[in-house]
Design a protein around this ligand. Structure first.
Ligand code: NAP
Length: 329
């Protein structure tokens, strides 16, 4: 048996999360079983617990989609051996043990801690696939990253810089602006005090941003369409605002603009080779010091509700990490 956080019914995480005992997950032929050392938490975990995420698993379930740990058992077709240090994206990460499927499990680069590895997956994969593959961001183009101090936001700033772009970012407090600047933003805009479109027009001599990375949606998306450059691209990443925006097609036509969707989860099914190529590029960028996860705090395993509250309350910046349960728990 193992210790895990359980969601018996959908609801507010403060009300429905509880610690319970579970049987160990199976390591099928192409997967491995890992002892979880660190879990990367995401805004989507809150949505999944509330039953508001686009992918819904059967109840009860163990929350968390990414972790780093050590292989303790390996299926016959798994490329991993007992003792290997790996990072993985899957299901049921907030537990003592997690099944790690080979399509989305990678060796942790030498010298990277479990904590950093847990923060080095979904947000960087999303940022890199969105900017390099979907939006084809080019060197010297202007990239605007919304929610620049958040998980995917900090990753998008760093990846944008690594691709040679000039980066501007928005955030909702002066403290978060510091996070954006430290991640590499040349211009950091407090959208509560300044109209971000005006700032973007000023810094681009009226042209607008070539690429806009939007994990917020709602009014932020609507406003972004007003400061997109000729042949600019807006990538819709998520709806942290809780509002899914719509757009009049004539605005796309009149501005010679592309609105691009990116749901990283689809690559697991349709193009797993893209995930592997992207991870190789991300590992290289990490080794050469061009990207580095920003970690807000590493919470103890039993403090998952506090960790999620930091995300939900918009106090966190960068990535929130949860330690795996202590040995012999
Ligand atoms: N498409 C994909 O494949 C993919 C992959 C990963 C994540 N996502 C999505 O990207 C979004 C951000 O995820 P994340 O893990 O980076 O989250 P995060 O670290 O919590 O950052 C989200 C940020 O959004 C801003 N925000 C604006 N309005 C908000 C509101 N009403 N409530 C809460 N935050 C609000 C906040 O920054 P300020 O305080 O500065 O405003 C907040 O810090 C989520 O919607 C997530 O589902 C999509």
């Amino acid at each position: 048996m193992m210790l895990a956080w359980q969601i018996p019914q959908y609801g507010k995480f403060e009300e429905v999360l509880n610690l319970a005992s579970f049987g160990l997950p199976d390591a099928t032929s192409n997967s491995a079983l890992i002892r979880v050392e660190a879990v990367g938490l995401n805004f989507l975990d809150i949505l999944a617990i509330a039953g508001k995420y686009q992918e819904k698993g059967p109840l009860p379930f163990i929350p968390g989609i990414e972790a780093a740990g050590r292989v303790v058992e390996s299926g016959p077709e798994s490329p991993f051996a007992i003792g290997d240090k790996v990072m993985t994206i899957g299901n049921a990460a907030c537990a003592e043990y997690m099944a790690a499927g080979s399509k989305t499990t990678f060796f942790i680069p030498g010298g990277m801690s479990y904590e950093e590895a847990a923060a080095f997956q979904l947000i960087y994969q999303t940022a890199h696939v969105a900017l390099a593959h979907r939006a084809m961001l080019k060197a010297d183009e202007w990239l605007l990253v919304h929610a620049g101090a958040g998980g995917v936001g900090t990753a998008a700033i760093q990846v944008g810089r690594a691709l040679g772009a000039r980066v501007a970012a928005t955030a909702g407090s002066d403290k978060k602006l510091d996070t954006c600047r430290r991640a590499g933003a040349e211009l950091a805009i407090n959208y509560r005090k300044t109209n971000f479109c005006q700032s973007i027009r000023e810094i681009t001599d009226g042209r607008g941003a070539d690429v806009i990375f939007d994990p917020v949606g709602g009014d932020v998306f609507e406003e972004s369409t007003k400061c997109t450059a000729f042949e600019g691209r807006i990538i819709t990443i998520g709806y942290a605002s809780g509002q899914i925006p719509s757009i009049a097609l004539n605005r796309i036509l009149l501005k010679n603009m592309d609105v691009i969707g990116l749901f990283w989860g689809n690559y697991r099914q349709y193009a797993p080779q893209r995930i592997r190529q992207t991870q190789a590029q991300l590992n290289h960028l990490w080794r050469t010091g061009k990207i580095k996860p920003v970690i807000f705090h590493q919470f103890a395993f039993e403090d998952l509700p506090e960790a999620l509250a930091a995300l939900a309350g918009r106090q966190s910046f960068g990535k929130v990490v949860l330690k795996g349960p202590p040995a012999n728990s």
